[in-house]
Design a protein around this ligand. Structure first.
Ligand SMILES: [Zn+2]
Length: 58
């Protein structure tokens, strides 16, 4: 099973998406992307759990 996420699912005007085999690996990629491209998003327990709710199994 592959985990996938894309910024457009979060309502962002951004074409970035990523996939990984585990949620941990995917969240690592998400974190790096958010830190670089979405400095307005503060990564805290609340935003991380809402990001996790956007993860799809493909
Ligand atoms: Zn993005």
């Amino acid at each position: 099973m592959t985990k996938s996420i894309s910024c457009s699912d979060a309502g962002k005007d951004c074409k970035w998406s990523a996939s990984a085999s585990t949620e941990e690996e995917l969240m690592e990629k998400v974190t790096q992307h958010v830190v670089k491209e979405h400095k307005e998003i503060e990564l805290n327990a609340e935003s991380i759990s809402s990001i996790k709710s956007l993860i799809k199994d493909i």
